[in-house]
Design a protein around this ligand. Structure first.
Ligand code: BES
Ligand code: MN
Ligand code: MN
Length: 464
């Protein structure tokens, strides 16, 4: 039986080329202009799972984009691993900031990726990480050492908040029955220090519209006498944080679980260089909630951020105008036990209340989801840690992430199983940004580590 290291070594060019083909399809779920490309990507994923050796592969229709489902059931007495990933990607804009076209993948060396990284939208989030599972599965089939049952559920709407997944999961509980869910859609500390993501933040996302006068006005004739919705919106937004960068919405922190001093001390042990962090972002200083470290601010604390703001005249030159309307998109990252719907309601009530009489405010909720924290004393976590220890030579560090995968909380609720987040990306991989990339090392190391998870998980399952 061939070991995984030599299998990866012999097949790495093909593995990279197959991923590059997948990355060429612009599967942008947020933009209907790419509708056919998203569907084509589902087909490509289906085909790859068939080729890798799944017995049953299906394109499952949903009210939105289809979910690719596949399985290989070898023995009902053995455990079942459910692999989740997504084949859709974020929009590529601002496109002019890409050094090479987002859907024409190229391999280039970077400081952190001396062996090269694949530059393309979706390289790391999540096509590259999802495809590692397909190739790891291929290895286990080819070498006849798949130790347990496997199911794949690869969706095409993660980047728009998984609107159909809830529908699908609730209708297919039996089909999706599993012992553990395995996901590679997060990151790790560095290529020398792997980590396992033990927490994800929740999300409440809203759009606000502030309306002043019923039409755009001459800013000389009316300026100073009526509310300018852009001025007002900015004042309202600014008031949402106090001088310590605490969020001022009444009740916002009521359900936040504070970490104990011990837990915070444990967190602080993870390797982190503030200097390197600042250098990587070209900033002179960090900024955030008083009383918390950078790593705490971006993982265990809730936030409120404007993601986009617009209104008025933004064309060439100067136009003197008081606009009728101003808009902003605002996200709040949540932590246990904040409830997204409750937080959205608190935001709406507060934002409406602080608006001056001179304007009207409309708040429209977008998607949301609960935060998730996994314990580390379960066999899924232990198996993952054994796998990393073997492939990287050092144990993994548990680490809570600031990002969100809202359906993970849903999986726990509906399927009653834990998700193990074995992410292989780096923070510097620029997911959602121009020049997204994924290290060739990370891609191949992921393929190498995943079969070890299956092996150790099945062993620990049998012992328990
Ligand atoms: N894969 C990311 C989430 C992620 C990345 C978590 C890195 C931890 C580390 C996922 O595709 C994503 O972008 N999620 C969105 C939320 C979604 C509702 C659009 C996010 O976190 O903004
Ligand atoms: Mn993702
Ligand atoms: Mn994403």
């Amino acid at each position: 039986m061939e070991n995984i290291k030599s299998y990866v070594d012999e097949n790495k060019d093909r593995f990279i080329n197959e991923l590059i083909e997948l990355l060429k399809i612009p599967s942008i779920s947020a933009d209907t202009a790419y509708n056919q490309d998203v569907l084509n990507t589902a087909d490509a994923v289906k085909e790859s799972l068939e080729k890798a050796g799944c017995d049953k592969v299906e394109i499952c229709e949903t009210p939105g984009y289809p979910i690719v489902y596949a399985e290989k059931i070898i023995d009902a007495n053995l455990p079942t691993v459910l692999v989740y990933g997504h084949y859709d990607v974020q929009p590529a804009d601002p496109i002019e900031l890409w050094d090479s076209p987002p859907f024409e993948p190229v391999i280039k060396k970077t400081e952190l990726h001396p062996e090269g990284a694949i530059f393309a939208r979706g390289a790391c989030d999540d096509k590259g990480q999802m495809y590692m599972h397909v190739k790891a599965f291929e290895y286990m089939i080819q070498n006849d050492n798949l130790p347990c049952n496997v199911k794949f559920m690869i969706e095409g709407e993660e980047e728009i908040g998984s609107p159909s997944l809830d529908w699908f999961v609730k209708r297919n509980q039996e089909k999706l029955a599993n012992d553990v869910i395995l996901i590679s859609d997060t990151g790790m500390i560095s290529n020398e220090q792997p980590s396992i993501t033990t927490g994800l933040r929740g999300l409440s996302y809203v759009e606000v519209e502030v309306t002043g006068p019923n039409r755009d006005l001459h800013s000389g004739l009316y300026g100073g006498a009526v509310a300018n919705p852009i001025n007002v919106l900015n004042k309202m937004i600014a008031s949402l944080h106090d001088e310590n960068n605490h969020i001022t919405i009444p009740g916002f922190y009521d359900k936040v679980i504070e970490l104990s001093a011990d837990e915070r001390a444990e967190m602080a042990k993870a390797p982190f260089s503030l200097e390197a962090y600042k250098n990587a972002l070209d900033i002179n200083d960090v900024y955030g909630e008083k009383g918390y470290t950078t790593n705490e601010r971006n993982s265990i604390r809730p936030t409120l951020d404007v993601n986009g703001i617009w209104g008025g005249y933004i064309g060439e030159g100067a136009k003197t105008v008081i606009p009728s309307k101003a808009f902003a998109k605002i996200s709040m990252r949540l932590v246990p036990d904040q409830d997204p719907e409750e937080i959205t309601q608190l935001f709406m009530d507060h934002f409406t209340k602080i608006a001056p009489e001179a304007v009207t405010v409309k708040v429209t909720p977008h998607h949301g989801g609960k935060a998730y924290v996994t314990p580390i004393d379960n066999i899924g976590y232990m198996a993952a840690n054994k796998a990393y220890t073997e492939s990287f030579g050092v144990p993994a560090i548990p680490q809570r992430s600031g990002g969100s995968i809202p359906i993970v909380a849903l999986f726990e609720q509906e399927l009653k199983s834990k998700s193990i987040l074995m992410g292989f990306g780096l923070d510097s991989d620029a997911i959602h940004s121009p020049n997204e990339h994924y290290g060739v090392f990370n891609y191949l190391k992921g393929i190498e580590t995943i079969p070890l998870f299956y092996k150790y998980y099945t062993e620990l399952f049998k012992e328990n």
